[in-house]
Design a protein around this ligand. Sequence first.
Ligand SMILES: [Zn+2]
Length: 363
Amino acid sequence: MYGALPGDQAGPLGRPAPWRRRPAIQRAGRLHGGGVRGHLRLGRKGLAIGIDIGGTKVAAGVVDAEGRILSEARRSTPGTDPRAVEQVIVELVEELGRGHRIWSVGIGAAGWMDLAGGTVLFSPHLAWRNEPLRENLQRLLRRPVLLTNDADAAAWAEWRFGAGQGEDRLVCITLGTGIGGAMVMDGRVERGRFGVAGEFGHQIIMPGGHRCECGNRGCWEQYASGNALGREARLLARANSPVAQDLLAAVGGRPEAITGAIVTELALAGDRASRELIEEVGEWLGLGLANLAAALDPGMFVIGGGLCSAGDLLVQPARKAFSRNLTGRGFRPEAAIELAALGPNAGLIGAADLSRVSSRVRS
Ligand SMILES: [Zn+2]
């Protein structure tokens, strides 16, 4: 995480922390299997607050060393003004801090953080561009603060407390409006050279295909996300196919009202057309995972996000398509594909735990 070991960041109030002076070879060194977990056990047992900043809401919780949420609070995301967002974070920490002794604060948001974890380089839902958020917040909160990408935080939580426990090479895929991606390799969040790894949703899976907001065409997230599911269902409904009769009836005959969430709900209730639409998304999912397996060779993929409430309706076709498209199939072990275990709170649990584990070196 943050390109090196937990805690490899500037200290509170922006001062360089003493642990940054560890020998480079130690900072760059890889930790393996049991060694990593042994290392984490040395971490503080204290409580941390995790804050997940989304496009519409800010969710916060007090999280203990076992990943349990002890209390929660929520606010609307106050527009895009960085100062207003900071103010909401301060309020949430004050509110949740009453009655708990809080050691550190972890903040997860969509977007890219610099490798040192101090600056938001870019966040799609917020007007943060090169924003030194951590420095500002540490001054206001007078506690260690850690900034992390929301997908990285969720992956960390699944590795520590959820479906990915015990897996040394874990890839997490979050299926929502787009596709979030993150990797926990040998006990660390792997973020690449510049801190922006994991953008799996923008692998081009269909050259010349649907236009993506990233500017390219045919990105994976245009085929295997909640938004893709909604789009395909609307197309089916607009085609006036008798197949889509129940789907249309569920939205009062207005195709534009169909969303991925509605399709998922209908599929779970047994609607055939909705099940077929999810199966199709599952096949695209499996194809993309096979590409990732060719590059990364993980032991497990954990699939989270809103769309995973479809459960086996999504994952079974994904597993089938994965096996069918895997490079060297029949001659290699296959990665497991599992549903995430922690639900929508994974991001805040992971952000809190990362901040706690990361700040342990200060004690
Ligand atoms: Zn794209």
